[in-house]
Write a protein that binds this ligand. Structure first.
Ligand code: EPU
Length: 420
């Protein structure tokens, strides 16, 4: 397993471009199953999760071609029975269920597992599909779904901590080919859901309320092929903002959409980081002394859970106490014990992490536990003195395109070490 070897203490300086969004492209790739025509998707990041989704679509009978940052999917004929082992391995693959059911009136998809950030139930996906008239049963590890034809309805999709991102994606995709009108109340408003909705509209779907908590979808008979450019990855942008600020650097980000991460920019500014727009790009400049800042993760447009770990690494550099509260996933603090190896003083009180920042970090070997925890450990390693080895970076490769080359371009001393 590969690892990163980081020699920390170097302020990041320079400019990089933000890649396409992982969490937008995965459901968009699933949406190509709704039509027999070819769909062209541009600005696709080269990530293991994206290639994995490509393999899942191929296993269902679609032709998938990768050409640079463009993916063409042609699902002329598809089967509704997904490969158990492939689908089980990636949580995002649950969003093939809605499109398969809408197109074929039946589908069997393996249940995605939990993961280190929480139990990750799918009850809301199932509730939504049942409301559209699907009969579901779970046996042998599969969700078996069938319907005579999906029928539009009004449904409330909010859960115990608010809306569900992939649940909204799944139900919205299913509803595009249902009979009649579907209204999804408490829909997720994340930019990735909006990007998917725009992709579906470009395929001929009729959707209003895009970007709001009430989506209205009027079913159509068929959808057609399209050509779409994926939005930039707001989580990658925020990760580099935190890395630049934590190393007291100055970085220009090209291609980011600041309106997609206003809550993060607000907190960065509160911490004393200067972020300004400059000729269509975003310039981040850290001041010498960072201020401690409290953060609570929330559904969009609140502070994203996917930036919580990286912001915590930044707050380790701010002298004083910051309270970071995680409201979306119950066990998303796996990075805390690893950051402690670098000398970070963080204690956990229920859903909150209390960070006593300002103590210098010093390098150590650490273990990545999930995608965003890995990114946080890289930021901590970059801001620590001495060497940090971040093990198990296959997690990072799932969601960050060429992270080490981008960091090297900014002057970081980081190398990939091949593992067996
Ligand atoms: N939830 C339920 N029931 C459901 C679905 C969700 O109770 O049926 C709960 C979850 O347990 C969680 C909350 O609702 O407490 C929100 O989960 P959500 O469904 O929104 O998460 P997701 O759609 O499975 C996507 C991203 C995650 C990101 C979350 C929240 C993808 C592929 N994944 O997951 O991204 O953290 O939304 O914004 O889009 C990552 O990129 O590192 C990542 C984990």
């Amino acid at each position: 397993m590969d690892s990163f070897l980081i020699k920390g203490g170097v302020p990041l300086h320079g400019e990089i471009s933000i890649s396409g969004s992982k969490n937008a492209v995965l459901p968009i790739m699933a949406a190509t199953l709704l039509t027999g025509d070819p769909c062209v998707i541009r600005h696709v990041p080269d990530l293991s999760d994206v290639r994995f989704m490509g393999r899942i679509l191929e296993s269902l009978g679609a032709e998938v071609k990768f050409d640079g940052d463009t993916v063409t999917v042609h699902a002329a004929k598809v089967k509704g029975f997904g490969d158990y082992e492939l689908i089980r391995k990636m949580r995002g693959s649950i969003c093939i269920l809605g499109p398969l059911l809408a197109r074929l009136n039946q589908a069997s998809v393996s249940l995605p597992g939990g993961c280190v950030i929480g139990t990750r139930p799918i009850d809301l996906h199932l509730k939504g599909l049942r409301a559209l008239g699907a009969q579901l049963d779970i046996s042998g590890g599969y969700i078996n779904a069938k319907t005579r034809r999906l029928k539009g309805t009004t449904l409330f999709l909010g859960g115990r901590v608010g809306p569900t991102v992939l649940g909204t994606a799944n139900i919205m995709m299913a509803a595009t080919l249902a009979d009649g009108i579907t209204v999804i109340e408490s829909a997720a408003c994340e930019p990735e859901v909006t990007d998917l909705a725009n992709f579906l509209v470009s395929m001929g779907a009729r959707i209003t309320g895009i970007g709001s908590p009430t989506l209205t979808i009027t079913g159509v008979k068929t959808l057609h092929g399209t050509d779409h450019e994926v939005i930039p990855d707001r989580i990658e942008a925020c990760t580099f903002l935190c890395a630049a600020a934590a190393t007291h650097g100055e970085v220009l980000l090209h291609g980011a959409r600041p309106e997609h991460f206003a809550a993060v920019l607000d907190k960065l500014r509160e911490a004393g980081v200067k972020v300004e727009r400059k000729a269509g790009a975003l310039l981040v400049k850290a001041c010498r002394t960072l201020k401690p800042t409290d953060v609570t993760t929330l559904p969009y447009s609140g502070f994203p859970t996917d930036v919580q770990a990286q912001f915590m690494a930044l707050m380790c550099q701010a002298r004083g106490i910051s309270v970071i509260t995680e409201r979306i996933f119950e066990s998303r603090f796996m990075h805390v014990s690893e950051m402690a190896r670098l000398g970070a003083e963080i204690s956990i009180e229920g859903p909150s992490a209390i960070v006593k920042g300002g103590r210098p970090l010093s390098g150590a070997p650490v273990m990545a536990s999930d995608l965003r925890a890995s990114a946080a450990l890289v930021i901590a390693g970059l801001s620590a003195t001495g060497s940090t080895q971040v093990n198990r970076i296959y997690h990072l490769d799932r969601g960050y395109e060429r992270m080490e080359s981008k960091l090297k371009k900014l002057g970081a001393r980081i190398d990939r070490v091949d593992g067996e």
